[in-house]
Design a protein around this ligand. Structure first.
Ligand code: IDP
Length: 139
């Protein structure tokens, strides 16, 4: 089991002023920030990141949303990071997310749901490498 996951604070949470509170929560939950940057995805890059969802009806909407404003991308380290972080962010649909989870607290809607968290160790590594080179990681 790997101890790393990858996250993005999505454009809705950035626009709504929740980035600081979300990062604070992540750090207080015991995650070490290995790499961090603010950037804005082009539609092409957003489409590439979410290519696995290409055939889904919401793909166009998702790409448009994810390229609509700045995001914060980060690699995080903690024991059992992928699974623990998915619990911390809550269900994809904030209406179904548990009380106290990041999506319950800060998400806007099913599509604009404040935060991303990798769903497997393999994807955590792929997604981290999508945004960061090894040189940008704090050992
Ligand atoms: P996850 O982010 O909780 O792993 P996925 O099913 O992998 O959820 O979907 C990726 C992202 O696509 C979601 O976080 C959300 O932003 C968006 N999304 C998922 N389902 C829908 C939908 O039915 N309508 C609009 N957007 C959706």
């Amino acid at each position: 089991m790997s101890n790393r996951t990858f996250t993005m604070i999505k454009p809705d949470a950035m626009k709504n002023g929740h980035a600081g509170a979300i990062l604070d929560r992540i750090i207080k939950e015991g995650y070490r920030v290995v790499a961090l940057k603010m950037t804005k995805l082009s539609a092409e890059k957003a489409g590439e990141f979410y290519a696995v969802h290409k055939a889904r009806p919401f793909y166009g909407e998702l790409v448009e949303f994810m390229s609509s404003g700045p995001i914060i991308a980060a690699i995080l380290e903690k024991e059992n990071a992928v699974s623990a972080f998915r619990t911390l962010i809550g269900a994809t649909d904030p209406a179904k997310a548990d009380e106290g989870t990041i999506r319950k607290l800060f998400a806007t809607s099913l599509g604009e749901n404040a935060i991303h968290g990798s769903d497997s160790d393999e994807n955590a590594a792929i997604e981290g490498a999508f945004f960061f080179s090894g040189l940008e990681e704090v050992k």
